[in-house]
Design a protein around this ligand. Sequence first.
Ligand code: FAD
Length: 288
Amino acid sequence: MKAPAFDYVKPRLLADVFPLLQTYGDEARLLAGGQTLLATLNMRLSEPSVLIDLSAIAELRGITLVGSMLRIGAMVTHSEIEVSALVAQHAPLLPLAAPHIAHRAIRNLGTLGGSIAYADPAAEWPTCLLALDGVVIAKSATGERRIRSDDFIVDLYTTALLPGEIIIACEFPAASAGHWCDFDELSRRHGDYAIVGLAGAGQRSENTLTDLRLVFLGLGATPLRASRAEAIIDGQPLTNGLIDQAVSALKAEFSAVGDLTSDAATKMHLSGVLLKRMLMKQMRLKSA
Ligand SMILES: Cc1cc2nc3c(=O)[nH]c(=O)nc-3n(C[C@H](O)[C@H](O)[C@H](O)COP(=O)(O)OP(=O)(O)OC[C@H]3O[C@@H](n4cnc5c(N)ncnc54)[C@H](O)[C@@H]3O)c2cc1C
């Protein structure tokens, strides 16, 4: 199918976006990499009267260290994050997760802001944002606000962004000495959306992980923090017994939602596999 007719504007300044949003309201859609939006237009799931292309706005690009936070502009692509030396140094979880996002051609166009705004429950960036305790910077005609990752995604494909607001950047606490992170996911074929995935971040000392954030994708309507498993692992030396306890706690905490390819029981089983695999890897690394 073809997309319905729409008008198209390509502002060069961020300040020019807000009057457009005020004029067109819900009739307008922001166009970032187009890797999700254009498919939904072609399928006529959405029929906006105007697309506001963000690609010429320099203020939405760039990766910089701002104090103790790594700031990544909303229009930075998945591929740029994947290869950035600054990101590898200060937020090493992101380049671990990036190769799992679709295929190279999609990563060359898709953007951080587009992925976070779309809030697909199986997407990698919203999950990493939550695991790293990141912040979304939203801007509207009336000013800027910082939204903590814990508060940003509120339901399936639903975020805390208000009408007239756009994501201009995300910030991630820069990794300090002892920072630990890991990412893993299971999908039917490489490049498919994951069946389940796991992003982990915290501090590591010897055989012990602390300040732990374990976040699953693909289990429910939003990325899910495995708080009970975190509490069992946090501050305790890793052992086989402790890891088994954490896996049991994970299964007691969530009941997954099945989808077209995998039922809930499969997803729960695979989430336990991912958690065990990630923690066993830490134990082996320490004892090696
Ligand atoms: C075949 C295929 C496989 C894919 N597999 C994966 C995968 O495995 N993992 C994954 O995470 N993603 C996957 N994607 C999605 C891809 O990562 C998209 O790039 C991403 O979801 C959306 O980013 P975008 O820049 O293309 O946004 P767009 O498609 O341009 O926009 C998406 C939505 O976000 C809104 N938006 C965009 N930018 C902003 C902003 N700055 N502020 C507020 N709202 C904004 C748009 O209005 C729109 O509603 C896949 C896509 C395809 C086509």
